[in-house]
Design a protein around this ligand. Structure first.
Ligand SMILES: C[S@@+](CC[C@H](N)C(=O)[O-])C[C@H]1O[C@@H](n2cnc3c(N)ncnc32)[C@H](O)[C@@H]1O
Length: 369
């Protein structure tokens, strides 16, 4: 397919949303590992582009460098070695990429004073990825796969990423591309996704449908969690797929996503028409529940029927459902205020620090189911 080059026009709103999510995740990821005392970190931007958009808006490589710069104090203090691998296949773009990044470092001398190892590669991702896999597996790694189309979401790459335990990855894909090419043999050989099934839902859900099928294909005992963020640009649907094995990473991604969209945390638009659902109606009994309300209602039911018994189970369920601590906390507090539940703490303690870092687990005691 002839593709419009991303750099011929200013980055559009959807591209900016993607870049902001990429950057906001790096903003969370870098300090977590630096402050966690890891001596060496790796960030891979496998489809790095040229550094800036036509009007000077930063692309992914510059945003990554900016977030490293923002953590300079911690990086110096902890003596962390930060490795960044920028890859770009197109030679002209590759030259511009190097110039942009080197210039950014020159303009920000703290970056040259820290232990920053900036690697530039001018490779086809298909060749480079297998060569980097042992490093990705060995060190905490943040991997960006900002491809055109969706070719590199092929099963073989997902299979490799699934086997890593210290890797967080963010894929970008054109889900509309899948609708156009999903039936071709070349496509189906690399990616076994049932296109008819994915198209059964309204088109706006295409990205989510692809993700659901990817989830189903993971090994039964996988630790990898996948989450979608749909990005609509005019008639086309794109999206991010986030993947990680650690609940801390999932928690941070979901916060990033819900920060971007406080209504649904999974799209750059009101994908489920939640705004309409939250409007008051003459017949409250006919009111449809929003995504947050459905989650809160289900969580309450699970606590009251005893299938969720403590804050850890509540937190795990919250992440699994793609929600954030605040949504769960509000629901559980309501149960307490309504006299249906007791717990021995001021708040329900549904967050990462209590559950996984401090191992502070409290039981929920149901008073009236
Ligand atoms: C969506 S753009 C990346 C945008 C970039 N992350 C940014 O923020 O500006 C995809 C880039 O991948 C490059 N590319 C395409 N095929 C590639 C391949 N097989 N391996 C590596 N890079 C490739 C393209 O030249 C293009 O610059």
């Amino acid at each position: 397919m002839a593709r419009k080059d991303l750099y011929e026009k200013p980055f559009d709103e959807g591209t900016i949303t993607k870049l902001e999510i990429f950057e906001n995740y790096a903003k969370e990821w870098i300090p977590t590992f630096v402050m966690g005392g890891h001596k060496e970190l790796w960030i891979f931007d496998f489809f790095a582009g040229i550094g800036y958009g036509i009007n000077g808006v930063s692309g992914s490589p510059i945003r990554i460098l900016q977030q490293i710069l923002n953590q300079a104090g911690n990086i110096f203090q902890k003596k962390t070695k930060i490795n960044v691998c920028f890859n770009e296949f197109d030679k002209d773009k590759f030259d511009l990429l190097q110039t942009s990044c080197n210039q950014f470092v020159t303009n920000n001398p703290e970056l040259s004073r820290m232990n920053l190892n900036m690697l530039f590669r001018n490779c086809d991702f298909a060749d480079l990825f297998p060569k980097t896999l042992s490093t990705i597996k060995k060190y905490p790694s943040l991997v960006y796969l900002d491809q055109n189309g969706m070719k590199f979401l092929a099963d073989k790459y997902i299979d490799d990423l699934e086997k890593t335990s210290t890797t967080d990855f963010l894929y970008y894909l054109s889900s509309s591309y899948f609708v156009r090419f999903g039936r071709t043999k070349a496509f189906q050989t690399n990616m076994n996704i049932d296109i008819e099934r994915a198209r059964r839902n309204p088109y706006k859900y295409i990205h989510k449908s692809i993700l659901e099928q990817l989830r189903e294909k993971l090994p039964q005992k996988t630790k990898l969690s996948l989450y979608p963020f749909t990005i609509k640009k005019n008639a086309n649907v794109y999206g991010i797929i986030f993947g990680a094995t650690h609940p801390r990473a999932v928690d941070k991604f979901l916060k990033t996503a819900w920060d971007k969209n406080t209504i649904n945390g999974e799209a750059n638009f009101d994908i489920d028409d939640d705004k309409k659902k939250s409007e008051s109606t003459l017949f409250p009994e006919l009111k449809l529940l929003t995504k947050i309300e459905v989650f809160q209602q289900t969580l309450k039911e699970k606590i009251l029927n005893g299938s969720i018994k403590n804050n850890k189970e509540a937190f795990d369920y919250t992440l699994q459902q793609g929600h954030i601590s605040e949504h769960a906390t509000e629901a559980v507090k309501e149960l307490k205020n309504d006299g249906k539940l007791l717990y021995d703490a001021r708040t329900p303690l549904i967050n990462y620090d209590n559950v996984y870092k401090n191992n502070k687990i409290i039981k929920y005691k149901v008073i009236t189911p």
